[in-house]
Design a protein around this ligand. Structure first.
Ligand code: ADP
Ligand code: MG
Length: 575
């Protein structure tokens, strides 16, 4: 997996090299100056050579000037590297998600997918640019400072390094604890977010049951747990930081005492002691970075693992090799002994046989859960069937490219989804090349033109979350206008008018009838009154197609349709 991760550096390899070279130079510059200081104190100052002091000062200035440029490069291009890698991965991930089939979206919650696209990639990006840089700088500083400490005085180094193992032990154990607390904190925060999302999207239910107080209590429970986890984290950070600093300072105290003793005993020079003190802090500080790096690495890798998991999910419905492009279709649709289950086990549909001629309208009725929606979603191959064949114009739909198949099929659903944007953009969604005339024509056919013209900016009125709100019937008419532009040969109307009041239903009914002209149309209807005129009605139950015929035929048969119709009629009378 690490190798896979490294492959994402490839397009930006020069940026990485630049970053690392500069990081290397920075560490080198940091290691040089204590040595210079040592020489200055030990040799130059006692000689009274003021000219050399200025030369050394000048040289140090140049070194630090270059170091400034390097640091800018590391700060800017190093982060840019992370930003670019994150961009690549996010782009790749979104593009991949767009390709996935419905079974994926059925079994993954939106919030869950979003957290991957946003949070995980953030963590990966952190690791991507800080990882190599921190690792290189810390390694060089630790090794370099250690060697230099030994060359200055090996005995002093030996004394001081008795404390380093304790320090490491403390840092590693506390870091481990911190990691656990942080993980808990993230989980609790996710709970808080989920609670917020649920309560807000369900606000209508909450208010109609006057359950606001219960929601408050429920939310507060999550919020409180997050607070506690956070409190714990803050406390541990406090212990970690103060403890680590204390141990560092202790090292310095020991250095001063032992070094001071050596200086006064004439065993080392005072310049040595100064250089020594600086190297000690140069040794200790990257130790901290090193320990923290392990955490960053773990988090980044965990994020990358989740990223990879998503990337490795394959779309289940794809073009068959050699699939044909089907452009001008007539619109014959045939279900030939079709069986289907969502999970490969429990059959939702079995042994469905149905032949629909081009241009014909078929109404599908039946109890809820019978599989009406499922049956229609098989035609555009939202799901693939288990056995049997679905044919369009006599061709198995699995032999047709998905794009050309779906271009020929239009679906109008009960819940209309409109994108934030203008009315015009929403009508021409999928047909950006449509002219204004095309759009107006489509809106007229959908009985939408008049209400659109009454909007503050007509067709340019912004709709969606921060724009004008539309009624259910208005939304539905926009989606029907979309369909007139799409102009598919096969049309599926899935309870398109079920959630509307009778008045809006009548307006929409008219535009739907216009839309259905010359197209093969499947109408799923909840209210049987809306399909009474259909010449062909199919009654679907869990056992398959139970009855078929015109309204009059089915009524006279006194079967399931007759019962359904009467029960609806009765409930209408009693209301
Ligand atoms: P209808 O439209 O006739 O009310 P559906 O086609 O929506 O019925 O559902 C038929 C059956 O399939 C139901 O038992 C339902 O629970 C199940 N079902 C529907 N959609 C899915 C899905 N995406 N995943 C799994 N099961 C589903
Ligand atoms: Mg349905």
């Amino acid at each position: 997996m690490l190798r896979k991760f490294i492959s994402y550096y490839k397009p930006h390899i020069w940026l990485l090299i630049l970053d690392l070279v500069c990081a290397l130079l920075i560490s080198a510059a940091d290691l040089v100056y204590p040595m210079v200081t040592r020489d200055l104190i030990n040799n130059v100052i006692p000689q009274g050579n003021t000219r050399l002091i200025f030369i050394i000062g000048g040289a140090l200035f140049i070194i630090y000037f270059i170091r400034m440029i390097m640091e800018y490069i590391v700060g800017y291009y190093g982060h840019l590297l992370g930003v670019k890698m994150e961009y690549d991965m996010r782009k790749e991930l979104f593009s991949h998600i767009m390709d996935l089939s419905f079974d994926f979206f059925d079994s993954n919650r939106t919030g869950h997918i979003m957290s991957r696209v946003v949070n995980d990639l953030n963590e990966i990006s952190e690791m991507a640019h800080h990882g190599p840089e921190d690792l290189l700088i810390s390694t060089i500083k630790i090794i370099g400072a250690f060697i230099l400490l030994c060359t200055i005085n090996i005995r002093l180094t030996f004394i001081i390094f008795t404390i380093v193992p304790f320090m490491l032990y403390f840092m590693v154990t506390y870091n481990f604890k911190l990691e656990k607390t942080f993980r808990k904190m993230r989980e609790k925060l996710a709970d808080v977010n989920a609670g917020l999302e649920n309560s807000i999207s369900g606000i209508r239910v909450v208010k109609s049951f006057t359950n606001e107080d219960k929601e408050r209590v429920k939310f507060d429970r999550g919020n409180e747990m997050f607070k506690e986890a956070r409190g714990q984290a803050v406390k541990q950070i406090g212990i970690f930081d103060s403890g680590t600093n204390f141990l560092s300072n202790l090292t310095i105290v020991i250095t001063i005492v032992a070094g001071g003793y050596y200086v006064s005993a004439g065993m080392i020079n005072s310049g040595d002691l100064v250089a020594y003190l600086i190297y000690i802090s140069q040794f200790l500080q990257p130790l901290n970075t090193f320990v923290r790096f392990t955490e960053m690495f773990q988090q980044g890798m965990a994020g990358f693992k989740r990223f990879q998991e998503l990337m490795s999910i394959e779309p289940t419905i794809v073009d068959k090799p050699g699939a044909i492009e089907l452009n001008d279709i007539k619109g014959d649709v045939e279900f030939d002994d079709v069986s289907f289950s969502y999970d490969g086990d429990k059959k939702v549909l079995s042994g469905i046989n149905l032949k629909v001629r081009a241009g014909e309208t078929v109404a599908i009725v039946g109890p809820s859960g019978a599989g009406k929606t499922t049956m229609c979603s098989l035609i555009p191959r939202f799901y693939d069937i288990d056995s049997g064949t679905i044919r369009i114009d006599g061709i198995d739909i699995r032999d047709i490219t998905l794009n050309s198949l779906r271009k020929n099929i239009g679906i109008v659903q009960q819940d209309v989804f409109l994108f934030p944007g203008s009315i015009k953009e929403n009508i021409s969604y999928g047909y950006p090349e449509a002219t204004d005339e095309d759009i107006i024509e489509a809106a007229r056919l959908a009985n939408a033109h008049d209400f659109i013209m009454e909007m503050p900016y007509g067709y340019d009125t912004y709709i969606g979350e921060r724009g004008v709100k539309l009624s259910g019937g208005q939304k539905q008419r926009i989606s029907i206008a979309r369909m007139f532009l799409k102009n598919p040969k096969i049309l599926i109307l899935d309870e398109a008018t079920s959630s509307l009041d009778t008045l809006s239903e009548a307006v929409i009914q008219e535009s739907i009838e216009r839309l259905a002209e010359d197209r093969t149309t499947f109408i799923i209807a909840h209210r049987l009154a809306t399909i009474r005129n259909a010449r062909r009605i199919i009654v679907l139950t869990e056992n398959g197609i139970e009855e078929e015929g015109s309204h009059a035929e089915l009524i006279s048969r006194k079967g399931l349709y007759y019962e359904l119709y009467n029960s609806q009629f009765e409930s209408l009378l009693t209301h």
